[in-house]
Design a protein around this ligand. Structure first.
Ligand code: ASP
Length: 334
């Protein structure tokens, strides 16, 4: 065995967010300000791991557009092409689950891509950023993390991008995988996986991403919002139905009309479980909607179904191909 193996190279790409935020003046609200190099320095030395850091964006994650998503995916691919053993992305936690899932679909590589952030600003007492980033780098450097798709590391837990959600507005333990639990944990700076998932990919290059709406249906909804989407330029819709995927009867007509023009996907608004396919037969039920050309999101929750549909739409103008790519992602989640 080589007594001095070369260091494992991990690339850190920073996008801003709370992990990079400090207050510009005493008492002022925190803002993204720290560069990737500052974040890397806060982690300190890690035995056998060499981190190179690059700032890609310095912004709140709520303002990311699909252009930022595609630019980041390109940066990740570049880092891997340059020989990194793994990549860590730091960003705001507000839509971290969406970015991680987008990278899961866009980056086709067995090497780990790990997304992390912080719930407490860099200048806050008990800031969680350095610990989260250190854990993320250890996961990105770990051969065990290969082939699991994009991962999210927060609060010493490793989550699959496809399952993870931000389920609390402020706690450091805000990220959970309600349906599956974490894939693994960090214990004494060691990465331990308890379960594994197969890699996921859209299997296509993505160009300009058209607008896709996400509508959560609620008691008494009459579907008038659905009726204006096409005129507003939307090219797809994900509707989060009640329970197993049910909408009020007055929404059925507008949904069917929209599904004749653009892909319409049915998810459940419950936050876990799958949209049903063949249980209920009333007007507005999943059987009714699927028979009218609506497509099932299966186990994909609304935010992730919207991403998968938007990226599939960005990959082709051929509706059948778009729906086939979307269905393949749904099928991969079981
Ligand atoms: N609150 C956010 C965060 O945790 C801000 C953002 O998403 O940029 O980073």
């Amino acid at each position: 065995m080589d007594p001095n193996p070369p260091p494992v190279r991990v690339t850190l790409l920073s996008m801003g967010g709370t992990i990079a935020s400090v207050a510009p003046a005493p008492g002022a609200g925190v803002m993204p300000a720290l560069e990737a190099g500052d974040l890397a320095r806060a982690v300190g030395e890690l035995d056998g791991v060499e981190v190179s850091a690059r700032t890609v964006r310095l912004m709140p994650s709520a303002s990311f557009a699909f252009e930022d998503v595609l630019a980041l995916a390109h940066e990740v691919e570049t880092a891997l092409a340059e020989g990194a053993a793994g990549v860590v992305v730091t960003q705001g936690t507000d839509d971290l689950e969406e970015m991680a899932f987008a990278l899961d679909l866009l980056v086709d590589d067995l090497r780990p891509v790990v997304v992390t952030g912080a719930m407490r600003a860099a200048d806050a007492p008990g800031a969680d950023g350095p610990a989260n980033l250190r854990a993320a780098v250890l996961v990105a450097a770990s051969p065990q993390a290969r082939g699991l798709g994009a991962l999210v590391v927060m609060d010493d837990e490793v989550h699959a991008a496809r399952f993870v959600r931000k389920t609390h507005a402020s706690r450091p333990s805000a990220f959970t995988s309600p349906e599956a639990g974490p894939l693994g944990r960090l214990i004494e700076a060691e990465v331990r996986f308890v379960t594994r998932v197969a890699p996921l990919s859209l299997g296509a290059r993505v160009g300009a991403v058209p607008p896709v709406a996400l509508v959560r249906c609620a008691l008494g909804d009459d579907g008038r919002l659905v009726g204006v989407l096409l005129d507003q330029g939307y090219r797809g819709l994900v509707v989060e139905g009640m329970g197993g995927g049910h909408v009020p009867a007055p929404m059925v007509g507008p949904l069917e009309a929209l599904a004749r023009e653009v892909p319409v996907v049915l998810a459940t608004r419950t936050g876990s479980g799958s949209a049903l396919r063949h249980s209920y037969g009333f007007s507005g039920s999943e059987i009714d909607l699927l028979a009218r050309g609506v497509v099932s999101a299966g186990a994909l929750e609304g935010l992730k179904a919207r991403l998968a549909l938007a990226l599939a739409l960005g990959s082709s103008d051929d509706r059948a191909l778009v729906e086939a790519r979307f269905a393949a992602v749904v099928a991969a989640l079981g």
